[in-house]
Design a protein. Structure first.
Length: 237
């Protein structure tokens, strides 16, 4: 087992340690909204990645490798979603308060995902729910075709045809990669959330709501940067 799967586990660990868009996303969420939201965002990212594992196992991801149109459609939907989140987060910091019930009313419908992200958890203001954080992570990864291409290129190197049940091997190996990723991202989330909380204690008392607004704008900038990175990506890995 060690000889057969040792290289796979080492490669999966190295790939998950390396900084990337998923790690940037969950770190930004943890810094802006705290530990719980950061962990749920990481769980959402891993859930979205598992969708691509399933697609790779049943052969659907191969379409993204062979069809420029399919790749472009998935990519630009992802870019639009990230841009929507980014501009929503930044725009929300410039709006006047409409009252304490505004966020609760907006978060109950489909637009709640965009509204909630504009709320910073300072001074009693609402923040995204755990479900919204998870959903956001899922959608960001599902609409990133580069994730699908990664699994299509990485997992077949460790699938053993002699064992048979190749789709099942895809699922098992992909699940292991995601589990390692979740553990690594959660560790980062805990560190970032703790550091952000301490920084908030020292800085927010002096700057008040202004600090929360600038941190929220930074979160929006992260979304926009991830969207730009995806927009500039090509079909190759």
């Amino acid at each position: 087992m060690i000889v057969a799967y040792g290289p796979f586990l080492l490669a999966a660990l190295v790939l998950n340690i390396a900084p990337g868009p998923d790690l940037a996303f969950v770190s930004a969420q943890a810094a802006a909204h705290g530990r719980k939201i950061g962990v749920m965002s990481s769980l959402g990212v891993c859930s979205g990645a598992f969708v691509h594992v399933v697609f790779a196992a049943i052969g659907l991801s191969a379409i993204l490798m062979t069809s420029a149109l399919a790749f472009a459609i998935v990519k630009w939907v992802g870019v639009a979603y990230l841009a929507w989140l980014g501009f929503g987060a930044i725009y929300g910091t410039f709006r006047k308060e409409d009252g304490p019930d505004r966020a609760d009313a907006g978060a109950s419908d489909v637009a709640g995902d965009a509204v909630a992200i504009t709320e910073f958890p300072v001074g009693g203001r609402a923040r995204p729910s755990a479900f919204q954080a998870w959903r956001r992570g899922v959608l960001i990864d599902v609409f990133n075709p580069k994730v699908a291409l990664f699994f299509m290129a990485f997992l077949p190197q460790f699938v053993n045809p002699a064992l048979g049940h190749q789709p099942l091997q895809f699922l098992v190996l992909g699940t292991i990669v995601n589990m390692i990723g979740f553990v690594m991202e959660t560790a980062v989330v805990l560190v970032v959330a703790m550091a952000a909380a301490r920084l908030r204690q020292h800085v927010a008392s002096g700057f008040g709501a202004g600090f929360g607004k600038w941190l929220q704008r930074a979160l929006g900038a992260v979304f926009l940067a991830l969207g730009l990175r995806l927009a500039l990506s090509e079909r190759g890995l």
